[in-house]
Design a protein around this ligand. Structure first.
Ligand SMILES: [Ca+2]
Ligand SMILES: [Ca+2]
Length: 81
């Protein structure tokens, strides 16, 4: 019985995982890759931002820089220092 529960759980996880990845999506204001997540706020990974989401740059801004990743407005966010 426990084995069946475990198997059912694993199958559900395998089934749900792609759906979760798709529904989270990437922000269309930034070139992909890297995938900039759609979140209340996104900060640069490795920086001193407080999240809640992070992206590892550099990222190219192709729309509006809604997460203010490109502070110097040169079209590239999360530039390596
Ligand atoms: Ca933040
Ligand atoms: Ca920049």
């Amino acid at each position: 019985m426990t084995v069946w529960l475990l198997l059912t759980f694993l199958c559900m996880m395998a089934f749900l995982q792609p759906a979760i990845a798709q529904s989270s999506g990437c922000d269309p204001n930034y070139a992909n890759p890297p995938c900039v997540p759609i979140a209340p706020d996104v900060d640069c990974a490795g920086g001193n931002g407080n999240g809640p989401a992070y992206v590892r740059g550099p990222v190219r801004v192709i729309g509006r820089d809604i997460y203010r990743l490109d502070r110097d407005n040169n079209g590239i966010g999360c530039e390596p220092k």
